[in-house]
Write a protein that binds this ligand. Structure first.
Ligand code: HEM
Length: 359
């Protein structure tokens, strides 16, 4: 038997109290995330008049609306910032990993909220989406707080063991890339007019809705979702740099986004409601995304979806270039240029979807 040592006892006391302290600290980000739907609702309320049209804003209400919108986007940004936090102590690995996974879920908050909304319509839920949201996060907080504090079974598998999955994820990503490039190019036509968007979509549909293309696309997307979540699960047990966190965080967001988007297009619109999945479906027309109390949630969902799908691709390119010995500084500068271009494409698409027209 090992002799008792005061230092061991102190270490285990310090470790136990640090772990429980960290678990209680998780409530801070959860509390902020609870406000997400209410920030959206408050923004929608300010920019909409009593008839459901654009409200005329004073300088003060315009500033407040801008701050509320900033608050909406700050929630997933907070998730990314928290996921970047590294463990300072070697003993709180399990807790740090849990906190990082919670942070990654917070990154996906905007698309999770849409997912809840679409499914609660289909299930005919009498409970409001806001109540489901609050209850869900409170439940998650309780589970994380009172979950077993003893170390979990070893989850830290070397990423080298998953090399084959990383390669497969990259290869299937090329199929998805072909579709996404066209799809986003198509959405840019909203800046010209809904009719221009529809005309380009009709051409694209000849290809991506062809009986032998659509199933391949859907299988490739589902493969990306599940392989991506598997990779993110392993990566989230490691302390990594901010570039990698953006890659993992955008991947987690996209996993929920893709499942939700396929659910909305194939199950909700085409099967449940029998709606044509054209411009009006995408933009919430005729009321418009900004002025419809339900569709307002599509604004951050689509804006971040477009930004993340592009930054996720740029992040993949960064990893490949680094693996081939390209100079780190140059590769990182390329990443920043790519992230800037992704933000610009997202902004242009969203301007088109909310009514801005060129000329
Ligand atoms: C502003 C962002 C986006 C909007 C407004 C949007 C909207 C739409 C619409 C309206 C459709 C139905 C198209 C049709 O009926 O032909 C659709 C289909 C689809 N979208 Fe998106 N989308 C967006 C971004 C994305 C992204 C980032 C992805 C991938 C990660 C994606 C993946 C898909 C897929 C796989 C389909 C099904 C295609 C098919 O019919 O076979 N979308 N989207």
């Amino acid at each position: 038997m090992q002799p008792w040592k005061y230092s061991d006892s102190l270490a285990s006391y310090t470790q136990e109290s640090a772990v429980s302290k960290v678990q209680w600290i998780l409530w801070g980000p959860i509390a902020v995330t609870l406000f997400y739907p209410f920030l959206l609702d408050a923004f929608h309320y300010l920019v909409t008049d009593d008839q459901g049209h654009r409200a005329s804003l004073t300088l003060a209400t315009a500033v407040l609306a801008a701050l509320l919108l900033l608050g909406v986007f700050a929630v997933p940004a907070m998730g990314l910032a928290l996921a970047c936090k590294k463990s300072r102590a070697p003993y709180d690995d399990v807790t740090t990993t849990r906190a990082r996974r919670l942070a990654l879920m917070i990154v996906a908050a905007p698309t999770l909220y849409c997912f809840i909304g679409v499914n609660s319509i289909m299930l005919g839920s009498p409970v409001s989406d806001q109540s489901i949201w609050v209850a869900g996060w409170l439940l998650l907080g309780c589970v994380l707080t009172f979950a077993r504090k003893a170390p979990l079974p070893q989850v830290k598998r070397s990423m080298r063991d998953l090399a084959w999955l990383r390669v497969a994820h990259g290869v299937a990503g090329v199929i998805v890339l072909l579709f996404v490039t066209f799809h986003l190019f198509n959405h840019l036509f909203g800046l010209i007019s809904p009719e221009a968007h529809t005309a380009v979509m009709e051409v694209g549909r000849q290809v991506y809705r062809a009986p032998f293309v659509e199933p391949v696309l859907v299988v490739a997307l589902l493969f990306q979702v599940f392989s991506g979540l598997r990779l993110a699960w392993s990566w989230s047990a490691h302390s990594v740099d901010a570039y990698r966190i953006v890659q993992i965080g955008s991947g987690v967001f996209l996993a929920v986004f893709i499942l939700g988007h396929l659910n909305a297009v194939f199950i909700f619109a085409r099967t449940y409601a029998g709606i044509e999945t054209g411009w009006a479906f995408a933009s919430g027309d005729p009321v418009g995304m900004l002025h419809d109390p339900w569709s307002i949630r599509l604004l951050p969902h689509y804006a971040i979806g477009v930004f993340f799908v592009l930054t996720h691709l740029v992040s993949g390119l960064r990893v490949v270039l680094l693996a081939h010995g390209a100079p780190r500084l140059r590769v990182n500068n390329l990443w920043w240029a790519g992230a800037g271009a992704s933000a610009l494409v997202s902004l242009l698409i969203m301007l088109g979807m909310t009514g801005t027209r060129l000329g």
